[in-house]
Structure formats: C-alpha cells, structure tokens
Design a protein around this ligand. Sequence first.
Ligand SMILES: [Zn+2]
Length: 133
Amino acid sequence: MDKIDPARRSANMAKVRGKNTGPELKVRRVAHGMGLRFRLHRKDLPGRPDLVFPRHRLVVFVHGCFWHRHEGCRRATMPATRTDFWQAKFDATVSRDARQIAALEASGWRVLTLWECDLKDDEIAARLREVTA
Ligand SMILES: [Zn+2]
C-alpha cells in the first residue's frame, strides 16, 4: 500500500535525485556533442545555474515543470491537499527564479531556461545554437 500522495513523492524524488537529474544530463550531452565548453553549478552565480558557458556569457537552467511552475504545462499540477502550503512554496520558487534571472542579466549574463517537458535533442540543439552562434 502506497500512502504517499503524488506531489509528495515527486518532492522526495527531486530531493534524492539532487542536481544530477536526467533532463540536465540530456542537455549536457547535447551541448557536449555540439563541442560547446561548459561548467556545472557555479556556486558563485545566482541560482547556481545548471550549465554555464563562460565563452558565450550564457547560463542555462533546466527546470522541472512541477516545481518551477511551467506556465500552461500539464505537469505543473496543483496537489489536491494542503493547497495553501503548496501555493506558497510554488510562489517562493517562482519569485526566487525571477530574482536570480534578473541578477544574472544585470551582471551581463544571458539566461536560457529549458523545461523538462520540452527536451527533444534537436530542440535543445536549436535553442543552444541560437544563443551561442
Ligand atoms: Zn513543462
């Protein structure tokens, strides 16, 4: 019998997976295949971006749709219980993301956000080509 509700399970899994999530590895693999040089999770940058491309002054976030509230995405569901709790949590995440992006852009970084629901290899490559050309 599994008594953990889906949202809680998703939270637990996110915690366990930590930073090396599948979607992020996928983006790394594509970037690597394009011959781009990047670093990971630079702690000195706001939000510890998942990938940092110093030569292109570009940072990339690979966001989970549930936690980061991908707008209009069917994965950005609202848990049926403790709605206020979740709403507050989501609001905090979304405004933190916005603050971090603003801080990065203010220091001259370009910011690309990729969503886990939209990570086809050729799509990732196209987005990266746009910003590193
Ligand atoms: Zn999404």
